[in-house]
Design a protein around this ligand. Structure first.
Ligand code: FES
Ligand SMILES: [Fe+2]
Length: 412
């Protein structure tokens, strides 16, 4: 039986057979957010950085999630590896942000130091640890995979590889030459006042674009439906309209993109791709740049939005000598998409407010929202407690969810 067949039976069906959203309580419950982090986020591929940020030995990047921090680092042998970003002595977090280590990773607490391949090399006052087995105290490795220059990790390994998850959808990325891009700065990190699944739901459908994003609607012909594969990787295509937008920044972008990015084929220059990967990653691909929406649970009613942006280099052979125009293009893109980000945030926080309204019951979902249905079914499979229409009593969510999964833990 395939995963999809497995999941189908769990879909809540009311409203004449149409799928409905998860129950309202599931969008504001702290205990459920903890379980989702463990059962949905940790076993999934999470974005850390672009390959250009870790090109030299010693270069590293980190990813901070709800309870875990992960680092990727390039060793002297040229191999990029991922580790839990935690010292094997007494758990201090080792590295922050991005940067470069000179030779060793040294813990800021008591100074244990690891080589760039993660092996423990030096322990201050080692004679006070009689019999210490340094070779068993290397950094804990984490699964890592690179796709089109994007470095992902998976804390709890197992399941399909990243390449397998994308399948044929990965091939559509090739013309955008994402490997050549560089970060436009550190990722923006922000807290949104909504449950993480509200932000994910929003990222998974274009049904809201004509009303929620008037700018996109003015400048793009958007496929409102998109397609999704069995691993939860979805994408949709938006093409710059021939008709100039009434807004100057949008109009300017429509005009410049096909002219400036001469290293790309003409179709690619005017086509935007919106990707999503279950459970919490959105990848927006433009001819001039790309960005990632990484939506991380915080608690029941807030999430962390990690938003790195990468741009096509502005000079040199790749740029074809028109660096200034492509800087303008990137400026316009960021102006347009910052506005879209504000709109999405406002819409998501509006949904959060409505979720707790007296008498609200989940409504039917459109065929345009099929990726939302897929996502909800993944949540239902990992957290069957969400089949409850009312919130379980406080303190019982984990136990009851474990019982439903048949994996009740003996440790209470
Ligand atoms: S916690 Fe890292 S050296 Fe002590
Ligand atoms: Fe949106």
């Amino acid at each position: 039986m395939t995963m999809m067949q497995n999941l189908k039976g769990q879909q809540n069906e009311t409203h004449g057979g149409l799928a409905v959203s998860l129950p309202a309580w599931a969008y504001s419950n702290d205990e459920l957010a903890e379980i989702e982090y463990e059962r949905v986020i940790l076993p999934s591929w999470q974005f850390v950085c672009h390959i250009s940020q870790v090109s030299q030995p010693g270069d590293y990047a980190t990813l901070d999630m709800k309870k875990d921090s992960i680092l990727v680092i390039r060793a002297r042998d040229g191999v990029l590896r991922a580790f839990m970003n935690v010292c094997r002595h007494r758990a201090a977090k080792l590295l922050d942000g991005t940067g470069s280590c000179k030779g060793r990773i040294t813990c800021p607490y008591h100074g244990w130091s690891y080589d760039l391949g993660g092996e423990l090399k030096a322990v201050p006052s080692q004679h006070t640890f009689p019999g210490i087995e340094k070779d068993k105290l290397g950094l804990m490795p984490v699964e890592m995979e690179i796709l089109h220059g994007m470095v992902f990790i998976r804390v709890v390994s197992g399941g399909p590889s990243l390449r397998e998850s994308f399948g044929a959808a990965a091939d559509l990325l090739a013309p955008y030459r994402l490997e050549e891009m560089v970060p436009s700065g550190e990722p923006w990190i922000d807290t949104w006042n909504c449950n993480w699944k509200i932000a994910v739901d929003n990222n998974l459908e274009n049904y809201h674009v004509p009303i929620g994003h008037p700018g996109y609607h003015r400048m793009l012909d958007s496929d409102l439906s998109g397609v999704i594969n069995e691993h939860g990787v979805a994408h949709s295509v938006s093409v710059l309209k021939e008709k100039p937008s009434a807004n100057w920044a949008e109009r300017m972008y429509q005009k410049l993109a096909p002219q400036v990015l001469t290293e790309l084929d003409p179709e690619t220059r005017k086509t935007w791709l919106f990707y999503s990967m279950a459970p919490n990653i959105g990848i927006d691909i433009y001819p001039d740049s790309f960005d990632i929406f990484q939506i991380l649970p915080k608690d029941g009613t807030t999430c962390v939005m990690r938003y790195p942006v990468f741009v096509r280099p502005g000079s040199g052979a790749v740029a074809g000598g028109n660096g200034r125009e492509r800087k303008v293009l990137q400026y316009l893109n960021q102006r347009i998409n910052r506005q879209v980000g504000h709109e999405d945030r406002e819409l998501c926080e509006r949904v959060q407010t409505g979720m707790t309204s007296h008498g609200y019951e989940p409504g039917p979902l459109s065929n345009y929202e099929h990726a939302v249905v897929d996502f909800h079914n993944r949540i239902r499979a990992a957290c069957p407690i969400v089949a409850e229409t009312q919130a379980p009593a406080s303190g019982t969510v984990r136990r009851r969810n474990d019982a439903l999964l048949g994996t009740e833990r003996s440790a209470a």
